[in-house]
Design a protein around this ligand. Structure first.
Ligand SMILES: [Zn+2]
Length: 536
């Protein structure tokens, strides 16, 4: 594919605007990159891997697992390194504890999703990735692991096997959760992790008066770089879902969704959140909300019911059927719900509700413009007002790629900008040891935007690498930042890629031929039976 265009849809890329070379690449693409299996298809485009799965939970899970087995192997190699490096405990311990605690809860409360996860495991095993159920449950709860581990010393007492094996490893000095700090390295640090920039607008803020949203994921590159998958889930029950995710996940985790109920949904995390109570993991609550939530209230209820406080977020949800947007600041004890027919919500890892901010968080940067929360709080407010009445998909893309640093009053891609670049930031104004370090390989890894028109055809636009297109070269980066060189074997390059439109898959899958053949055979058989009955 030509990478020179800044804006090209998947359909455009494949079928229109041909040059000779485009044609050559299309043929190459079709022959080498479209994988079709029973209930699943996969292809690569502009840095993304697109997967479509369908059927009952086992069928779609198996197709999913089989198609991503190789990448899942790579992810577990990275996790082995990452967990040991960050915690000093082996990754297997995390798998066993998370699987033992959350496995039975998922099986009891979300049997459909448990069956899908089981299908992913079986498919991955068949494709050559020898992961266990504990492993895949842990990976699905990855964003919640820190929250859970903050109370492991207390919880382990209820699980004799875990207590005997691992009870001695954790000190019982924390009765309530203390998820890991911004930049994330320790569940004992400064409260919940900070990820992402986002907004959702409607009414007088947007060009057509309808809903528009934008989001970019910022994360440590080593883990965040695996979220380059667009997954189309066509389940036998409930709504169809198109989302960004990583291989083997039943939920998005970076949280960018559109559903066939006309819903678009995203979030940014609540930084510094430190409460936890063992109930259901967020992966299951949000996935159920997307699959079965038809209204904003239903979606809110799915998020709130059995809330563990894990991966606490400010959720932004748009109902395109009624042109209403909703923000759910989801603390543990406190939940703040607001809806607008005219207005906007911005997401910057802060929380407006003073109860959540003061009683359930620590070390927040809500009013500190030296920090990324406060700086984007201001910048996103400015951008919403600057573009009021004009926000369309193009402007949404520009907002996600914004590099204006309001603390230094200049263009300065850094930890404080909407398009986050910790990897370029010397962190001169921060010295808190719980915070990301200078030039940490961390920042925005993508950009996604959606408007009502795209949502109604179940699509969104996405850019892999970063919202602004700045490439990342791991060799060059590690050469210039020797302090991070240990990560080089686990880092990937991210070249400049164009914004690309993705929608749900409308083509055939491998078993469609068999279905047609079987159907024809059945019809022939019925005709024969009818004929023979008439002849009798
Ligand atoms: Zn940027």
């Amino acid at each position: 594919m030509s990478k020179t265009g800044n804006s090209r849809s998947a359909t455009d890329s494949l079928f229109f605007r041909f040059s000779f070379f485009d044609f050559y690449y299309v043929i190459f693409f079709i022959i080498y990159y479209i994988m079709k299996i029973k209930n699943g298809t996969r292809y690569e485009l502009n840095g993304w891997t697109y997967l479509s799965i369908r059927g009952n939970p086992s069928e779609r899970g198996y197709a999913h697992g089989y198609m991503i087995a190789k990448e899942l192997n790579d992810i577990f190699k990275m996790l082995d390194f990452n967990y040991y490096e960050d915690y000093g405990y082996s990754r297997e311990i995390f798998s066993e504890i998370v699987g033992t605690i959350w496995g039975p809860i998922i099986q009891a409360n979300y049997p459909e999703l448990y069956e899908e996860i089981e299908g992913i495991k079986k498919g991955a095993n068949a494709g050559g990735c020898k992961i266990s159920m504990d492993d895949i449950i842990m990976w699905n709860c990855y964003v919640s692991v820190d929250s859970l581990f903050s109370v492991v010393p207390t919880i382990c007492k209820n699980y004799p096997v875990l207590q005997e094996k691992y009870g001695h490893l954790f000190n019982e000095d924390s009765g309530s959760g203390t998820g890991h700090g911004e930049g994330g390295s320790s569940y004992r640090a400064n409260g919940g992790d900070d990820h992402c920039t986002g907004f959702m607008a409607v009414g007088s803020y947007t060009k057509d008066g309808k809903i528009i949203c934008g989001h970019n994921t910022f994360d440590n590159f080593m883990t965040g770089q695996h979220f380059k998958y667009i997954l189309d889930i066509n389940p036998s029950k409930g709504a169809r879902i198109l989302m960004q995710t990583a291989p083997g996940n039943i939920s998005s985790e970076t949280d960018f969704y559109v559903t066939s109920n006309g819903i678009m949904c995203t979030e940014t995390t609540i930084g510094g959140f430190n409460k936890f109570e063992l109930k259901d993991p967020i992966a299951c609550r949000i996935r159920t909300a997307m699959q079965y939530g038809k209204t904003l209230d239903e979606i809110k209820d799915f998020l709130v019911t059995n809330n563990s406080g894990d991966y606490a977020n400010a959720w932004l949800v748009g109902d395109t059927k009624n042109n209403i947007i909703m923000r759910v600041e989801l603390g543990l004890k406190y939940v703040n719900v607001e809806k607008k027919k005219d207005g906007c919500f911005i997401g910057f890892n802060g929380v407006y509700d003073p109860r959540i901010r003061n009683l359930e968080c620590s070390n927040v940067g809500h009013f500190d413009i030296r920090r990324h929360q406060g700086a984007r709080h201001v910048r996103l407010t400015q951008l919403m007002e600057q573009h009021k009445g004009k926000i369309d998909i193009k402007i949404a893309e520009e907002i996600m790629a914004d590099h204006y640093d309001i603390y230094l009053n200049k263009i300065n891609p850094s930890s404080r900008t909407c398009c986050s670049h910790y990897e370029l930031d010397d962190r001169a104004f921060m010295s808190d040891p719980g915070r990301p370090k200078p030039f940490q390989p961390r920042g925005a890894l993508d950009g996604k935007v959606c408007d009502t028109t795209l949502c109604k055809k179940m699509g969104f636009r996405a850019r892999w690498g970063s919202s602004c297109g700045t490439p990342f070269n791991k060799t060059e980066f590690c050469k210039n930042n020797i302090i991070w060189a240990d990560q080089e074997p686990y880092l990937y390059d991210r070249p400049n890629e164009p914004w690309t439109e993705f929608t749900i898959y409308k083509g055939k899958m491998n078993n469609d031929k068999n279905i047609t053949k079987k159907k024809k055979k059945r019809e022939m058989q019925m005709k024969k039976t009818k004929k023979s009955k008439l002849n009798m």
